[in-house]
Structures are given as structure tokens and as C-alpha cells.
Write a protein that binds this ligand. Structure first.
Ligand SMILES: *[C@@H]1O[C@H](CO)[C@@H](O)[C@H](O)[C@H]1NC(C)=O
Ligand SMILES: *[C@@H]1O[C@H](CO)[C@@H](O)[C@H](O)[C@H]1NC(C)=O
Ligand SMILES: *[C@@H]1O[C@H](CO)[C@@H](O)[C@H](O)[C@H]1NC(C)=O
Ligand SMILES: *[C@@H]1O[C@H](CO)[C@@H](O)[C@H](O)[C@H]1NC(C)=O
Length: 409
């Protein structure tokens, strides 16, 4: 401010001329160095790839943050910096120790055994939870997580199946990645420990794969999810700052519910990024279904829905950018969008916008409201869309990956 004030009007032109020249030179210098570093890294990668017996397969900006590094296993926590979108500040267990799950059992809900997943998620300290080997965990009751935890299934083939699901309630900073969650059942409830300091009576659970309740800073990446009793992922009651990315969803009715209560106005603050997911065979509806809040739905591949893909009620805001929507052959399910509990003279004011989406096999998106003002979003919160034609490539590796230690993943 002070420096600008002392420049006389006739000098301003020169000031800006040199200022821009200087800025340009610095940028060019950075760019050259950056490209140099990039080339060196690419060469290095290619070398590693030969060892790995295949090309490095990161196809989107979240994956290219880590997948090509052969030493990802030595460097697990750096993955916490790879989130983009509204959940990008999620740190999970970045500042904690590594906790290794060695025991797939889940028998004692009040005093879980050291070595089980349940023992890890109730600890007070931040933890980065990994798995010693392939395993299937059948949860007896909801797995109730405390803050500052990562559940990282990379390097093992981990299934959470045929029992209860994961509950993220009144906590923050949770990363869940590279698990298979399927065939989750409703459970009766009972006495369950939810932290080292507390256990208490829980009522029955609905059978969600992952239930996010009153929680913030959540990143769910590279999960394979199917066939749960209720939702695959639900985020409700004031949850926000969430990114749901690189997941493969299949064989399920109610896929993703963002906001469950039409009178709970606190959900107005909800901001969720849904990016690079593949909504695959056997899905029916809610990809997602939104109330009150804002969903940025960007570069996803929708290859199946039976009722609708994106829906909502209570004036949610939806920005759909660079997605591919492939309608089924049935003439009844061509529409991408669906509005509940409102007549057109009401919903015509809801801001539901489609930008650069690719519509195939007769798919169509019914827009409403007005184009969103770009200046009302921070560019850091918004993943900038790639062309929808590249979506099959961007989502090619959606779902749990089969990573091998010592090789790019
Ligand atoms: C839990 O098990 C680990 C690994 O065997 C051990 O290092 C740790 O001390 C145990 N913790 C407790 C509280 O027993
Ligand atoms: C979680 O970690 C952050 C710092 O990373 C810390 O400020 C906070 O107190 C931790 N919260 C809990 C509940 O451990
Ligand atoms: C829905 O939200 C309202 C308003 O906050 C609350 O009174 C009501 O209990 C909520 N309903 C459910 C089922 O949670
Ligand atoms: C994962 O990769 C390993 C090594 O390439 C292979 O032996 C294994 O069968 C794969 N597992 C799955 C579930 O694809």
C-alpha cells in the first residue's frame, strides 16, 4: 500500500511494466525448473515402471499425487496431502503412529482386542491404521470412529462385509481408503465402546456402508462398495467438508444421501465434492440425493441408474461438471435429475446446473435456477473439470486398488 502511494501517476506505467516483466521472468524460471523436475521424475518413473512391469497408471490429479511413487508404502502419510475439493484439508491420522491391524476378529464390543480394527479406531491419539495381510472383517456392531484416523487398506485386500458398517459421528479428520465394503446389514445395537474413555448403549443401525453424522473433514477414496442394507455412503446432520473420490459403486439401491432431514436447516452449510467416481452396474438412485447443501459433482462416470442419478429436495445447490451420463435403454430412466416434495414453481429457483456434461443414449439433465457465480467459490475448493470425454480414463481405476509394496500402485 505505502509503496504504491509514493509512485507518481506518470511513473505508474513504468512501474507496472517492470513489475509484470519481473513477474513473468520469475514464472518462466519456475516453469522451466518445474518442467525439468517433471521430466526427471517422468524418466525416473519410467525406470520404476520397467521394474513394476507396467506403466504408471495414475489418470487423475488425486492419483498422480501418489500412485506413481514406488515407495508409497514407506511414505504412507504423504497421501493425506492428496485430497482435493471440499475435503482437501482432511489430515486423518497424519500426525499419529502407524497401527497395524493383525486380527480380523470383532468379538468384544466393549473391550476390543489389541490388533483389531475396532481397537485402533477408538484410540484417543491420531493413528494411521494399516493391515498386516489380506482379511475379511465382519463387524458385530457399527465401527464407531474417533477423530484423526486414517483407515488405509493399500497393499492388502481388505473386505468389511456381512456385518455392520462404519460410523463417523461427531468427529473430524477421517480418511478411509482402499477397502471393499459390501453386504452390510442392519444391526440391533447394544453396548459399544466409542472411545477409550466411554462406552454406551447404541440403538439399532440402518446398515449404511459408511454413515457420516455431524462430522467434518472427511475423505473417502478408492473404495469398492456394493449391496448394503441402507446407503453406501450417507452424510447427515451438519456434516461438511467432505470429498468422495475414486470410488466404484455397484449393485445398490440408495447409493449416497447428503442430508436426510427436510427441516434441519443446519445442513445448509454442507459442502461435498463427488469426483472421479464410477457409478456402475446395478445402481438405482441417489448418486447423490442432496438436501439443503452444495454438491460439486465433477468428472464422474455414470454408466447405470434405474430411477435417477442426481436428486434432492429443500433447495440444494448442485453443480454438475464434466460428468458422463450414459442412460439405460429403458425410456423411463433417461432423466439424470429428480426433484422431491416441490412443484416446478418452487424448484425452478433451485440452482442445479450442468456444465460440460456428456449425455449418452438419450440422457438429459433438467437444469434450474441460475448459473452459479464462480466468484462465490474458492478455486481451491473446486476441482477444475477435465473434458467429459476423458471421464472413462479419469475413472478407469475407481475402486479399491491392488497395490504391491515396492512398486508404483
Ligand atoms: C498392542 O500390541 C502391540 C503390538 O503387539 C504392542 O506393541 C502394544 O504394546 C500393545 N498395546 C497394549 C496397550 O497392550
Ligand atoms: C486431531 O489432530 C489435531 C492436529 O492434527 C489436533 O489439534 C486435535 O486436537 C486432534 N483431535 C483429537 C480429538 O485428537
Ligand atoms: C429434523 O430436524 C429437526 C429440526 O432440527 C429436528 O427437530 C428433528 O428431530 C429432526 N428429525 C430427525 C428424524 O432427526
Ligand atoms: C493383486 O496383485 C497381485 C500381484 O500382482 C496378484 O498376485 C493378486 O492376484 C492380485 N489380487 C487381486 C485381488 O486382484
Amino acid at each position: 500500500m505505502v509503496e504504491l502511494a509514493i509512485i507518481k501517476p506518470n511513473n505508474i506505467f513504468f512501474f507496472f511494466f517492470f513489475f509484470f516483466l519481473f513477474t513473468y521472468a520469475v514464472k518462466a524460471h519456475i516453469a522451466t525448473n518445474f518442467e525439468g523436475a517433471l521430466t526427471r521424475r517422468l524418466l525416473l518413473q519410467q525406470k520404476e515402471e520397467v521394474g513394476a512391469g507396467g506403466p504408471c497408471q495414475a489418470t487423475n490429479p488425486i492419483d498422480s499425487c501418489w500412485r506413481c511413487q514406488a515407495n508409497w508404502e514407506m511414505n504412507r502419510k504423504s497421501y493425506a496431502k492428496c485430497a482435493l475439493g471440499f475435503g482437501r484439508k482432511t489430515r486423518g491420522g497424519e500426525n499419529g503412529r502407524i497401527y497395524v491391524v493383525t486380527d480380523p476378529s470383532d468379538s468384544d464390543m466393549v473391550n476390543p482386542k489389541n490388533g483389531t480394527l475396532r481397537y485402533g479406531v477408538i484410540q484417543n491419539e491420531p493413528l494411521w491404521i494399516i493391515f498386516a495381510h489380506d482379511m475379511t472383517i465382519r463387524l458385530n456392531q457399527e465401527l464407531i470412529m474417533t477423530s484423526n484416523k486414517t483407515i488405509d487398506g493399500r497393499g492388502a485386500n481388505v473386505h468389511i462385509a456381512n456385518g455392520a458398517g462404519i460410523t463417523i459421528q461427531f468427529v473430524h479428520d477421517i480418511i478411509i481408503t482402499n477397502l471393499h465394503i459390501h453386504d452390510i446389514k442392519a444391526t440391533k445395537g447394544g453396548d459399544i465402546r466409542d472411545s477409550v474413555d466411554h462406552h454406551g448403549q447404541r440403538t439399532s443401525s440402518d446398515g449404511d456402508g459408511i454413515n457420516i453424522f455431524g462430522s467434518t473433514n472427511i475423505w473417502i477414496d478408492h473404495m469398492s462398495m456394493s449391496n448394503c442394507k441402507d446407503g453406501l455412503i450417507d452424510a447427515v446432520m451438519g456434516s461438511t467438508a467432505i470429498t468422495i473420490s475414486n470410488n466404484y459403486f455397484s449393485s445398490h439401491d440408495h447409493v449416497m444421501l447428503l442430508g436426510a432431514n427436510d427441516t434441519y436447516a443446519d445442513d445448509e452449510k454442507m459442502q461435498v465434492t463427488v469426483a472421479f467416481n464410477h457409478f456402475g452396474p446395478g445402481l438405482v438412485q441417489r448418486m447423490p440425493r442432496v438436501r439443503w447443501g452444495f454438491a460439486h459433482v465433477v468428472n464422474n462416470d455414470y454408466t447405470h441408474w434405474e430411477m435417477y442419478a442426481i436428486g434432492g429436495s429443500t433447495h440444494p445447490t448442485i453443480l454438475s461438471q464434466g460428468n458422463r451420463f450414459v442412460a439405460s435403454d429403458s425410456s423411463a430412466f433417461k432423466q439424470v435429475t429428480h426433484r422431491d416434495y416441490a412443484t416446478e414453481d418452487v424448484w425452478k429457483n433451485w440452482d442445479w446446473r450442468s456444465e460440460g456434461d456428456l449425455m449418452e443414449n438419450g440422457a438429459f439433465f433438467v437444469q434450474s435456477g441460475s448459473p452459479l457465480k464462480k466468484e462465490s467459490f474458492s478455486s481451491e475448493d473446486m476441482i477444475s473439470p477435465k473434458p467429459a470425454t476423458s471421464v472413462p480414463e479419469l475413472t478407469r481405476f475407481a475402486g479399491a486398488l491392488n497395490c504391491t509394496v515396492g512398486k508404483p500402485c
